[in-house]
Design a binder for this molecule. Structure first.
Ligand SMILES: Cc1cc2nc3c(=O)[nH]c(=O)nc-3n(C[C@H](O)[C@H](O)[C@H](O)COP(=O)(O)OP(=O)(O)OC[C@H]3O[C@@H](n4cnc5c(N)ncnc54)[C@H](O)[C@@H]3O)c2cc1C
Ligand code: FES
Length: 277
């Protein structure tokens, strides 16, 4: 994108209601050349702008090799995300991006890939799953652990079931509170780690979800002798500029928008769970 401060206009081509409060906006930039030139890596995000209301950072969940549409899966929690929720196909938003450092996919080549997500933390890792599945021969086992608070919060059940059928792939789901007929684990996503089958000496773990969940998962993996350098976490902070100018997303010495949102555990260990950071 030529000027990272100027949103490009994008049309909502499709809107999917994923659950009561979660929806996906499938976007295409109205400038065809800009859309064709747009490239991102899994883990990066766009600033999505709703005219007259404001702008929010949202992960890009599309397959990076599918250049047709840019998908953003959003939970309606406040002013901007509730405003975006009202939009329908044919209406327009602005997007700036892609921004930030994505997942370490080059480093993950030749390793088992363990993805641990909580709630809508699954969004920025869906593009990793697509990436690995398209290049299956380059990676070892693919292990997907997803936890939700309540079974009603689980989106993309069909996708999890399809991924579970792929070779060398394991999918484990957990819910803290189980509704009727929930056939998977009842409890925390951390409790799935002992059932996950991967080579701890040759695995890269990528985590996204509430900070306390990621910290607990990282500690569980370290306790199972995984190297701290092989643990990666995606962090959330309020953002304004998205490009390292305003300081809104400060996390200790880091700017989450520019230095992250994906960080190695070794960069974050002194900051995780510390009040004020
Ligand atoms: C790099 C990055 C990627 C992100 N990717 C996504 C994504 O793919 N999908 C998505 O839905 N969100 C994502 N977020 C979070 C999203 O940007 C915020 O939810 C958004 O800023 C909320 O803006 P708002 O104006 O709607 O709500 P605000 O008015 O800012 O907040 C309203 C209320 O909601 C609470 N709140 C804010 N954010 C969250 C949250 N994430 N979960 C629960 N409560 C919250 C606030 O504490 C406040 O009480 C991402 C954030 C970052 C930093
Ligand atoms: S959002 Fe402005 S510095 Fe990160």
């Amino acid at each position: 994108m030529p000027n990272p401060s100027l949103p490009a206009e994008a049309e909502i081509v499709e809107r999917i209601q994923e659950s009561e409060s979660i929806y996906t906006l499938r976007l295409r930039m109205t400038d065809q050349a800009a859309h064709a030139a747009y490239a991102f890596v899994p883990g990066q995000f766009n600033m999505v702008y709703l005219q007259g209301i404001g702008e929010v950072p949202i992960s890009i969940v599309s397959d990076p090799d599918d250049d047709s549409l840019l998908d953003h899966t959003i939970r309606a929690v406040g002013r901007v995300t509730r405003g975006l929720e009202q939009l329908r196909a044919g209406q327009r938003v602005g997007i700036r991006g892609p921004f930030g450092r994505g997942w370490p996919l080059d480093q993950a080549c030749g390793h088992d890939v363990v993805l641990i997500t909580g709630g809508l933390g699954c969004a920025p890792l869906v593009s990793v799953i697509n990436y690995v599945v398209r290049r299956r021969e380059r990676f070892g086992r693919l292990v997907i652990l997803q936890g939700v608070k309540h079974t009603d919060d689980l989106i993309w059940h069909d996708r999890y079931m399809a991924w579970a059928k792929l070779p060398d792939t394991q999918v484990l789901l957990a819910a803290d509170i189980a509704g009727q007929g929930w056939p998977y684990h009842v409890g925390l996503v951390t409790e799935l780690i002992d059932r996950a089958q991967f080579d701890r000496d040759n695995a890269i773990a990528m985590m996204c979800g509430p900070e306390r969940m990621m910290q607990a998962c990282a500690e569980a993996l370290l306790a199972r002798d995984m190297a701290a350098g092989n643990l990666w976490l995606s962090m959330e902070r309020n953002m304004h500029c998205g490009v390292g100018h305003c300081g809104h997303c400060q996390l200790g010495p880091h700017f989450v928008c520019k230095d992250g949102p994906v960080f190695n555990y070794t960069e974050l260990a002194p900051l995780l769970g510390v009040r004020g950071f």
